[in-house]
Ligand binder design. Sequence first.
Ligand SMILES: Nc1ncnc2c1ncn2[C@@H]1O[C@H](COP(=O)(O)OP(=O)(O)OP(=O)(O)O)[C@@H](O)[C@H]1O
Ligand SMILES: [Mg+2]
Length: 441
Amino acid sequence: MKPILVVDDDPQMRAALKEAIQRTGHQAVLAEDGRDGLAKLERGPFAMVITDMKMPCMDGLTLLREARQKVGKIPFLVITGFGTVENAVDAMKEGASDYLMKPFSFDTLTAKIDAIMERFVSERQIITDSPQMKRLLQLAEDVASGDTTVLICGESGTGKELLARHIHQLSRRREKPFVAVNCAAIPDTLMESELFGHEKGSFTGATERKTGKFELASGGTILLDEIGEMPLGLQAKLLRVLQEKEVDRVGGRQPVRVDIRVIATTNRDLYRETTEGRFREDLYYRLSVFPLVVPPLRERPEDIRLLADVFLRKFSGPADKTICGYTPDAMKFLEGRGWRGNIREFENTIQRAVLLCRGDRITMDELMPDDSPAPNLQRQAGIREMERDLILKTLEETEGNKTRAAKILGVSVRTVRNKLNEYRKIFPGLPGENGCAARSR
Ligand SMILES: Nc1ncnc2c1ncn2[C@@H]1O[C@H](COP(=O)(O)OP(=O)(O)OP(=O)(O)O)[C@@H](O)[C@H]1O
Ligand SMILES: [Mg+2]
């Protein structure tokens, strides 16, 4: 088990914290101020950080920010002086897990440590009881040590990104960056420079040199999320990167060498995409050297039961509720559902049920709060309709210009295009058809 890092300039406080931590069964490593803490953080993996806010050299907030940059997401419990709530608020905004106001009791401290650890573990770990998933994890472990490109396929919300991070953690690259790029969220026109970077002045608007994600991930792992969304032109360039291990910055004169492990995910049938001409076949074969398929939640009954329990505990603590389980018909309902949104949808459902629950067990009432799913579906349909009207109206205003419409709406062009495609399936006669049918071929 990884130790907990304690950062405090007051020696008495450090000693007291250490004792409390040891009572929770963890080891403690002590640091005198933010700078000392950061140095220690960089050297070893820690389970979490408990830090004072006001310290000489480097304060707690700066430490929190720097730690994010240098070692990524790690739980932070910040300690603030009496009457300085603003400090705690700032720290929470920066991503601290929780705060403690001085003076506090041993019990409050240990309870917070336990809660944070439990939350973090369930957030970052692949929790499973399913034989299918266990086989998959074994495969992931086998492939992690090398530099083989991995393709992770699975429905939305099944845990593809989590698996990608897991592989990175198991690899010799674990201390190096893990950089995720969501290909579905970046407009086609910007994707090349996002991935490969650009030189200053290489195109209008390129006022500064930009380092691409491939270079940022150097030495580590790059996750190309939703690779099926990558435009064909860029697919050719990506293939070159995979083959040559070098990237061409936009407007650059010389290729830059990169040492990288590539993991790609997709929720589409990529092979079918190749037969339909939307995905390059050569790239497909290059990527699918080691395919991993994450099964949907509905095919993992063991996980439904396990996660129902894990999420129940995760949400009832913070909601200050003591709920001990589910009624039999509630559990049956959970097991029988399609869960098209998989674990993400499942987790949201449990969270809502916990908030609604007044008794000591979750019942059908909380899982289907409106007696029947109909009103819920109606509400969803209503929201979809509003969304559609808003997009269409904005497009009318921009005379069909999707880029401008996307800007006004604060979403990516890709989202606008996807939405239009979706609406067209329902309303075939929709305007703007020509534009959105031209799916980056
Ligand atoms: N086995 C698991 N145990 C606990 N939490 C999980 C598990 N699998 C997924 N989750 C959680 O479910 C959510 C969705 O996971 P993730 O983002 O990895 O899925 P995804 O397949 O990448 O989804 P999308 O296709 O929508 O991008 C995350 O909050 C993740 O932490
Ligand atoms: Mg994902």
